[in-house]
Design a protein around this ligand. Sequence first.
Ligand code: CO
Length: 136
Amino acid sequence: MTDVSPRPTRIAHVGIAVQALDRILPFYRDLLGMSEVSLDNADGARIAGVQAGESLVELLEAESPDSPVGKYVAKRGPGIHHICFAVDDLDATLARCKAAGVRLIDETPRIGAEAKRIAFIHPSATGGVLIELSEF
Ligand code: CO
């Protein structure tokens, strides 16, 4: 039996919904000095990553108005969209949430923008914050 203590839950990235990547990216990259990380599109959003030390910020631009980010921006305007916490055991964390009656958007993990296993928790269960969980 292995005796490895799990690492504490940590912030993986913050997702920010933007109207136009081209307009906002220079602010983060050129004025704040954050380096750009290439990320895959996910959930109908074009994503530009910018690195702040060990922390990642994902800038999310909707590919279409009926995508999740498109609907979000239409309803609330651009701004902080979600926070992603990294956990060591995503399946166990989801199972705990499910058992506690927490409303999940993703009942089972899927592959997210960084090619990691992820799952979203519904904001109605978290005090209004859209939370993404990622593994590692
Ligand atoms: Co995310």
